[in-house]
Design a protein around this ligand. Structure first.
Ligand code: KG4
Ligand code: ZN
Length: 333
């Protein structure tokens, strides 16, 4: 049986998502239920609450995705699910659900890597040729990849401490902006001066592709402690100056990787790729250097099951079938 309609499931972190994608390209539905409200009172994700919430929601999210796509379970050709990396309890909810559904319906099933799925999201909007540099910037990861094809990618560098999104969230917490803070910092930065405060740009002088954001976060904390109560304008300036330091670091490293590999294309994916300053800075530098820049649209940057179904389609079409004892993995690249 050839594969056309793939049902994707994503529960690696704090979003419960189910999508139906046709031929790896056309999104028929992509339902994403955020748990932000559940975790906000704790200022970060509480893994046990995330797993429980996935259990409560997954079945109705799958039903909603089918309804929106106007499809029945019998019209699915295969099932793809994120098997890692992510929170173990959360991953197991989606993985077990996907296995049970595939077993009951006698459908081909495969687990996919969440990070590779982020890099696949762009193919739902714009087919592009390989190879390309992939920059994945999310709440859990900040890594540069050499991407040569489906399942054919190597890591060039990664963060030595915090992920970029994690730094955004922690700085937002320091500034009293709530959780998750990336989008808020993005908005408030528009009112601030990016040169108001001089923050460090770690490792820029080093000849590697690694990142580090914890020093930057500590620098923000020290400055805030020194100043005491901040005015609104000072908060905006902190946001803009912090954001500029992150963007400049990502931009510098990514273009170094493009230069090293002599590639003409870069895909920027993951939650932080929704950042408006990051998008703007990459586009400006890309135009100046003749490099094609690809950003998925905002809803496909943050965690979603459409990217999982898109990648699953590629693997299932290549004949991959995972066994029923496929396990989840918490960490990895
Ligand atoms: O990819 P994602 O949805 O989940 C993970 O796999 O981590 O990324 C979530 C991260 C959070 O840290 C959030 O604060 C950040 O992406 N984020 C942003 C923006 N929108 C979301 N960071 C900066 N600017 C934004 N506009
Ligand atoms: Zn993600």
């Amino acid at each position: 049986m050839s594969i056309h309609v793939v049902l994707g499931i994503e529960t690696s972190c704090d979003e419960t998502s189910c999508a139906l994608v046709l031929n790896g390209r056309e999104v028929l539905s992509n339902i994403v239920a955020s748990q932000d409200a559940v975790h906000a009172p704790y200022g970060g994700i509480v893994p046990e609450l995330a797993s429980r919430c996935h259990v409560e929601r997954i079945h109705s999210i799958v039903e909603e995705a089918l309804k929106k796509a106007n499809l029945s379970l019998r019209e699915i050709d295969g099932i793809a699910v994120t098997s890692g990396p992510g929170l173990m309890g959360s991953l197991i909810v989606g993985l077990s659900y996907a296995k049970a559904l595939a077993y009951a319906l006698k459908l081909p099933f495969c687990g996919v890597n969440h990070l590779e799925a982020h890099l696949q999201a762009i193919f739902l909007e714009k087919p592009l040729p390989y190879p390309f540099i992939g920059l994945l910037v999310s709440g859990g990861h900040t890594s540069l990849y050499d991407v040569r094809g489906v399942g054919d990618f190597t890591i060039l560098g990664t963060t030595r401490d915090d992920a970029a999104g994690e730094a955004f969230d922690k700085v937002a917490k320091i500034l009293g902006l709530g959780y998750p803070g990336g989008r808020k910092i993005d908005e408030l930065s528009k009112l601030g001066n990016p040169s108001a405060i001089s923050f460090p740009r770690p490792f820029l002088e080093e000849e590697n592709f690694d990142f580090s954001f914890s020093g930057l976060k500590t620098a923000v904390l020290n400055q805030v402690n020194r100043l005491g109560r901040l005015t609104d304008q000072e908060i905006y300036d902190f946001c803009a100056s912090f954001q500029e330091a992150v963007v400049e670091t990502l931009l510098y490293r990514a273009f170094k990787a493009l230069e090293k590999k002599q590639y003409q294309r870069i895909v920027v994916a993951g939650g932080v790729a929704a950042n408006s300053r990051l998008r703007n800075a990459f586009e400006t530098k890309g135009n100046a250097r003749g490099i094609e820049i690809f950003f998925p649209s905002l809803s496909l940057c943050t965690d979603n099951a459409a990217m999982v179904a898109a990648l699953g389609y590629q693997y299932l079409s290549l004949g991959r079938r995972d066994a029923w004892d496929l396990g989840a993995f918490a960490s990895g690249r």
